[in-house]
Design a protein around this ligand. Structure first.
Ligand SMILES: C[S@@+](CC[C@H](N)C(=O)[O-])C[C@H]1O[C@@H](n2cnc3c(N)ncnc32)[C@H](O)[C@@H]1O
Length: 379
């Protein structure tokens, strides 16, 4: 199996290289309006933004910045297939302009735009990112009523175009089953509150150079792809930044395409490739080891898992997990400065651990004949 990954150095307000209805999943994080690090970029797109900021007209600047993003969301709506999904990471902003402190609700403004484009909103995720910043306690300190709640979360908004995606052919159904996740992963990942993802510390070593770029941790797009797409799908990030979505797509066995307007990132992309093969192997090993621990815990509790995964030989909770297999990234070939091709091992069995040692698949759980029958939720 092979996947392709492409970078377009250009403006996502017009993605001419992307045909209508050709994308299965969008995973992205835009520059956040009203966060000072993006003022220059937005002002470059519309100089009225700089003037509004200077004059302390916060709401005007906020609206003009979103006007620039709206054009990208319009393109996202065009290129998405029916049944395709959008996962959009964004945080609100707080800012004092002309002496007035205010919240600028980016997530609500973007949600309104995508709903206006005809997309459906699905339940969103609150990604909690605790801060130790000295500005944590903003406002009047211990004195009411001018103290402010600390913003310690961002959103992952989720939208769908059209109705539910349909899997019709035998091939589509097989790929969907192979792209399943473990029962216990579903319970953690589909919570509306994520507490376990920490800033950029979970990014792979090759991408460190992008630390001051608003990059999200590699686990974020990887997990969203596992949750909302199928192996072999095409994923788009219109705000590619350091390339995190591309590396995650390689690790997850999805094709990908990213747009990035800032030419400074060009020099970073080759570096970003370094370490992705090791990261992907380590992530699969960790998922299998976590599953092994889960099986052990259930066994110790006297719960018998009735199904067996046919690729890894391990017990699983439901029949939906029996065909689950992870595409194992083996190498990435640089076809040009903007095109990469990822190759995968033919069999998912041999999974090298992060430290280079071989990892075996989780062993089957001990049979516990007297165990209560596990309640089946999905089959
Ligand atoms: C928050 S960063 C994305 C970071 C990315 N998720 C990562 O992990 O590196 C937003 C990016 O969008 C880019 N950008 C802003 N407007 C754009 C546009 N109209 N077209 C393409 N890229 C744009 C910025 O240059 C910036 O790199």
């Amino acid at each position: 199996m092979k996947t392709t990954h492409e970078i377009v150095h250009g403006d996502a307000r017009r993605m001419a290289a992307v045909p209508d209805a050709s994308i299965d999943l969008v995973v992205t994080s835009p520059p956040y309006p009203m966060i000072a690090m993006w003022d220059a970029l937005f002002t470059g797109l519309d100089e009225g933004i700089g003037e509004a900021l200077e004059a302390g007209r916060g709401l005007e600047a906020f609206e003009r910045m979103h006007g620039q993003l709206d054009a990208v969301w319009g393109e996202v709506g065009r290129v998405l297939k029916d049944g395709g999904l959008v996962c959009l990471n964004v945080g609100d902003a707080v800012r004092t302009l002309a002496g007035d402190f205010a919240l600028y609700p980016n997530h609500a403004r973007i949600q309104a735009c995508l709903l206006g484009l005809g997309l459906q909103a699905l339940p969103a995720i609150l990604w909690r990112k605790p801060t130790n910043a000295p500005t944590k306690f903003m406002g009047s300190g211990m004195l009411p009523a001018g103290a402010y709640v600390t913003l310690e979360h961002e959103y992952v908004l989720v939208f769908r175009k059209g109705g539910k995606r349909r899997f019709v052919t035998d091939d589509q159904k097989r790929l969907r089953r192979e792209s399943a996740f473990f029962w216990e992963e579903r319970n953690a990942w589909f919570s509306d509150l994520w507490l376990d993802l920490r800033g950029t510390s979970q990014r792979h070593p090759g991408a460190e150079a992008g630390a001051r770029s608003g990059a999200f941790p590699l686990e974020l797009p990887y997990r969203l792809m596992a949750m909302f797409s199928v192996v072999g799908d095409r994923v788009l990030d219109p705000f590619l930044g350091t390339g995190t979505t591309l590396w995650a797509a390689m690790a997850a066995g999805r094709h990908s395409l990213g747009y990035e307007i800032d030419t400074h990132f060009r020099a970073l992309y080759r570096g970003g490739l370094e370490g992705i093969v090791g990261w992907a192997a380590g992530r699969i090993a960790a998922r299998l080891q976590d599953h092994h621990r889960f099986v052990q815990e259930k066994t110790d509790q006297g719960v018998c898992l009735r199904h067996t995964n046919r690729h890894y030989g391990c017990p699983v909770m439901t029949s939906q997990e029996t065909d689950l297999r992870f595409p194992l990234l083996q190498s990435v070939t640089i076809r040009s400065t903007t095109r990469f091709e990822a190759s995968y091992a033919p069999t998912p069995q041999a999974v090298p651990a992060a430290d280079g040692a071989a990892t075996t698949s989780p062993p089957p759980a001990r049979e516990t004949p007297s165990a209560p029958r596990q309640r089946q939720l999905f089959d």
